[in-house]
Design a protein around this ligand. Structure first.
Ligand code: GLU
Length: 286
């Protein structure tokens, strides 16, 4: 049997904090305990928010923590062709359509009264671009208008019924073991945009499959996204990894850490004299 494969997949859109250290160390420790491989993947498809200096800082901070990874590191921005191919497969299944509403229009559509929200709290797609005629779609594309490619969730779910995943960690409500996937809770999610042939959901499942990731260790903030990932894996006929979601490191006020709060940033802690062993202690891996 081939050894298990783990990955830490940060986005270089800010400096790493204690929460990233916890996730990276958990993955690295699991790989060592199981005789597995540990990969680092740079999730940099959002060119408006990712910056080279953050990527450099990721390498520095992880090396300082004593983490070693295989090279070359996969950078998503260098593999748009792989995502485009997956997107084409979804389009061929007839489960993707272009939607032309801007963020402001979507906000307007959901402004009057209660509107269902996805597990992250964002309103489900309220538009009706799915029912545009082929002619109307072509006409709008030809005008050069920006659009998002959305998954026709109902059609996609009809092609992949009864999905679940094996949870080795724990969801935010104590879910573990075989967890039923509920992708419909996300509505017609965006899988790509006019100028980018991918999205977080699409590239993460393509890469996890291409890199043979067998156990995905990541924060509970991505627990519910796993439903979308299982659906895309089923549609694209990709292998199913097991998942181990972990609790989030919180600040003294119990809030989720963000990349902009400097008191929990690894660089700030290092500058203030923290040691790698001290960081392990702080996140409960001492
Ligand atoms: N790139 C994602 C993030 O930084 C993590 C992706 C994942 O672990 O699935 O939040």
């Amino acid at each position: 049997m081939s050894p298990p494969v783990f990955r830490f997949a940060p986005s270089p859109n800010g400096y790493l904090h204690l929460g990233h250290a916890y996730s990276a160390l958990l993955n690295f420790d699991r790989a060592r305990e199981t005789g597995g491989r540990f990969l680092l993947r740079i999730e940099d498809i959002d060119t408006t928010r990712c910056r080279p200096e953050y990527e450099t800082a990721i390498y520095e901070d992880l090396a300082w923590l004593g983490i070693a990874w295989e090279t070359p590191v996969r950078r998503q921005s260098e593999h748009l062709d792989a995502y485009r191919a997956a997107l084409d497969r979804l389009s061929a299944l007839g489960v993707v359509y272009p939607a032309f509403e801007s963020r402001a229009e979507i906000a307007r559509l959901v402004a009057d009264g209660p509107w269902p929200r996805d597990p992250d709290g964002a309103p489900l797609y309220p538009g009706d671009a799915r029912s545009l005629s082929a002619d109307e779609r072509d006409r709008l594309v030809d005008t050069g208008a920006p659009y998002a490619l959305r998954l026709d969730m109902a059609a996609a779910c009809r092609r992949a019924v009864g999905l679940s995943w094996n949870e080795l960690g724990e969801g935010p409500d104590g879910e573990r073991g075989v967890v039923p996937a509920r992708p419909e809770a996300w509505g017609d999610v965006i899988v790509a945009r006019k100028e980018t042939p991918t999205s977080y959901h699409l590239s993460v499942v393509v890469d996890d499959a291409l890199q043979d990731i067998s156990e995905i260790v990541r924060g509970q903030d991505l627990f519910h996204a796993t439903s979308v990932h299982r659906l895309l894996q089923a549609l694209l006929r990709l292998p199913e990894p097991v998942y181990r979601h972990h609790g989030l490191v919180r600040d003294e006020g119990g809030r989720k850490l963000s990349k902009s709060t400097s008191s929990t940033g690894l660089r700030e802690l290092r500058a203030a004299g923290a040691t790698p062993a001290g960081i392990r202690q702080l996140v409960g891996l001492g």
